[in-house]
Design a protein around this ligand. Structure first.
Ligand SMILES: Cc1ncc(COP(=O)(O)O)c(C=O)c1O
Length: 442
């Protein structure tokens, strides 16, 4: 990957200096894909580098700043809290902003999920949810989906169904089985999403029977898969899954770390499916960039934690909680879910119009502003990973930041801050179309 070299040549001395410090002092296991710009500030859907060049940020810091970079309401709430108290161990003492946020989440979470534990990052919250599921059910195994991603701790990698993230870290935890993801585009039921959902949900029954010891505590899934390539299950999928889980007394953990907080046009993506999970895990968009994560559950499940069972020193941090509360209030006040749905539908149809006929565009899919464009080499759907990476590089040179994902690395991810305007979407899609034309001309 030549990106860093290009930028070293075209930018002022201070940029290589920062890049060099990254190389020398920061553990960047992802150095290959670190975009070689030095970001100085952000506002709404844009970021600006230290030379004053503005970029449209259509990856939102990996789907985090849903309410926009440096949202004034969030900043004001965080600043006010910082002037009073930054830390005091929210699990040893009572903190106002932690309590207020927990109450707010109880009001907006799917019905019955009223008790929340706060952590700092997504993986930490997933780990806590797994632990709670085991304590509550007295069972020990887990089922996850092929292609899923749940974090980079040992436990969360163990339940992630993608060797590209797990490689060389094994062997992983025992007692974990994987079921097929309802990836309609790559299934044999491409023209029948409902049947794809039925078959994939039915496969969980087979997994329980043939790959577990019938000691499954929980099934965990992202309602919309992010890193796995923006896989949107058909509308009947989770209802079918729930039937299987209920037959075996298996809990359903919804990992909404990436798809939660209005990203898909509903506060939580699982609301699209008419199913209530037993544990809802959130992070990323919860506090518009302040580090915070949470898992939220029913009181009877939460009661499985006895004193001393679970704690996090920084969990429920007063500043992050104050920021998160202001963030959610902003989303409600501005009707961000409606805006996201409208912008998402607009972006998807424009993408289909602009580049849908390019034979390298295999599929355009998404919910709200969680949109994936799967690039393929031909009609046999051979993944075009190098092309996806080249499109990303061309976009950033043209002033647009996007993501790339998918188990084969061939899905362009369009996940901007949800406050993005129609004209900014137009601008972003014009750049993306030009980049695709450069990489894969028609
Ligand atoms: C669905 C999902 N779960 C969990 C995680 C892990 O979150 P974190 O990186 O905050 O630990 C991620 C991160 O991308 C994610 O997308």
């Amino acid at each position: 990957m030549e990106i860093s070299k290009n930028v070293n040549q075209e930018t002022s001395p201070s940029v290589p200096d920062t890049l060099q410090k990254y190389r020398d002092y920061v553990i960047t296991s992802f150095l290959k894909s670190v975009v070689p710009i030095v970001i100085d500030s952000g506002s709404g859907a844009t970021v600006t580098d230290i030379h004053g060049r503005e970029y449209l940020d259509c990856f939102a810091g990996i789907s985090v700043v849903n309410a926009g970079h440096c949202n004034p309401s969030v900043i004001a709430a965080a600043k006010a809290q910082m002037d009073k108290l930054i830390h005091c161990a929210s699990y040893l003492y009572h903190v106002q902003s932690t309590a207020d946020l927990a109450e707010k989440i109880a009001q907006i979470a799917p019905l019955g999920l009223t008790k929340t534990f706060f952590g700092n990052g997504g993986a930490e919250a997933i780990e806590g949810a797994l632990k709670l599921a085991r304590l509550y059910t007295g069972k020990h195994e887990f089922i996850a989906l092929q292609g899923s991603f749940h974090g980079r701790t040992w436990g969360t990698l163990s339940i992630s169904g993608n060797w590209a993230r797990k490689k060389k870290g094994g062997p992983y935890a025992p007692g974990i089985s994987f079921a097929p993801a309802p990836n309609v585009y790559r299934s044999q039921w491409r023209n029948d999403p409902e049947e794809c959902a039925r078959q994939c949900a039915g496969a969980i029954e087979e997994v329980i029977r043939f790959s577990t010891s019938n000691d499954v505590a929980a099934f965990i899934a992202e309602p919309v898969m992010g890193e796995g390539g923006i896989i949107v299950p058909p509308p009947n999928y989770f209802r079918e899954v729930k039937k299987v889980l209920d037959r075996h007394r298996i809990l359903f953990i919804a990992d909404e770390v990436q798809c939660g907080f209005a990203r898909t046009g509903k506060m939580f993506a699982i609301e699209h499916y008419g199913v209530v999970p037993d544990i809802l895990v959130t992070a990323k968009g919860i506090a518009d960039g302040f580090p915070l994560s949470a898992f939220t559950t029913r009181p009877d499940i939460a009661a499985a934690f006895k004193p001393g069972d679970h704690l996090s020193t920084f969990g429920g941090n007063p500043v992050s909680c104050a920021a998160a509360l202001a963030n959610i209030q902003f989303m409600e006040r501005e009707n961000l879910c409606n805006h996201t749905s409208a912008m998402g539908n607009y972006a998807k149809s424009r993408i289909r119009d602009m580049i849908g006929r390019n034979p390298h565009v295999g599929d355009v899919r998404g919910l709200g502003l969680m949109i994936g464009i799967e690039l393929v080499q031909n009609e046999l759907r051979v993944p075009a990973a190098a092309e996806a990476e080249a499109v990303r590089e061309s976009c950033y040179r043209r002033g647009l930041l996007i993501g790339v994902g998918g188990v084969d690395g061939n899905v362009i991810r369009f996940q901007p801050p949800l406050v993005i305007s129609k004209s900014q979407i137009d601008q972003a899609l014009d750049i993306m179309a030009a980049a695709l034309q450069e990489v894969a001309p028609v």
